[in-house]
Ligand binder design. Structure first.
Ligand code: PLP
Length: 221
């Protein structure tokens, strides 16, 4: 199947209200353009250098999502260029995004990455760390960062019940924050979870945006 037909098929299968981030890491600008022509506007990249090379080659109305581990020494390079940083995995990184955004005179939208999967991803806040962050209302010190929600990954396993349980805990943490811990938070409404092999389960468990790469673009080199 072509990139365009995969985009169109996925769009038709995703429920209304669930966004699609097409993960284009390791794929060339030409592949992104093909998806763009099929109407796709949101793309996910996981490496700063690769993202910075692609941005000027592609239309300016693309919403770029940064989805990889962001090193603190590279924050400044992407501030003002991305629509969303999905992978905020420490308070230190968050403070830096905030201060660099202030210096640049922009507001940066971010998701808090939560780590629930077994061993797979080493990055992200532990569930207790994340809920504690909100319980202590540390977000009140941010001036130029908009916390938009949470992002997470399930364990990399064929055990569907394990995957479902991981997605359920990510969505559960999100609900705990929005309903019990900080119900006054505004614009904290995104749950980014689900990749090529597990997105239908993520959607069933409450994803509002899925991040799909290889199913659209084929295997990465
Ligand atoms: C690569 C990546 C994806 C997409 O994975 P696929 O299996 O290719 O769909 C999603 N999220 C993150 C954080 C990734 O690094």
């Amino acid at each position: 199947m072509s990139i365009a037909s995969e985009i169109i098929r996925l769009r038709s299968e995703l429920p209304v209200g669930v966004g699609l981030c097409a993960v284009s890491k390791f794929h060339p600008a030409s592949a992104i353009r093909e998806a763009y022509e099929a109407g796709q506007r949101c793309f996910g990249e996981s490496r700063v250098q690769e993202l910075l090379e692609k941005i000027p080659q592609l239309p300016s109305d693309i919403d770029w999502h940064f989805i990889g581990h962001l090193q603190t020494n590279k924050v400044r390079q992407i501030i003002g260029k991305v629509a969303l940083i999905e992978s905020v995995d420490s308070e230190k990184l968050l403070s830096l995004i905030d201060s660099e955004s202030r210096k640049a005179g922009v507001v940066t939208r971010v998701l808090m990455q939560v780590h629930v999967a077994r061993e797979e991803t080493k990055f992200g806040f532990l569930p207790e760390e994340l809920t504690e962050y909100f319980r202590q209302r540390k977000f009140e010190s941010l001036t130029n960062t908009h916390l938009c929600g949470v992002m997470g990954m399930a364990s990399n396993t064929d055990d569907e019940e394990r995957v479902r349980a991981d997605f359920a805990s990510i969505a559960g943490i999100f609900r705990d924050i929005t309903i019990n811990i900080a119900p006054d938070l505004r614009g904290f409404d995104m749950v980014s979870m689900g990749m090529s092999h597990d997105w239908p389960i993520a959607v069933e468990e409450g994803a509002t945006i899925v991040r799909i790469g290889s199913m659209i673009f084929g295997d990465r080199q």
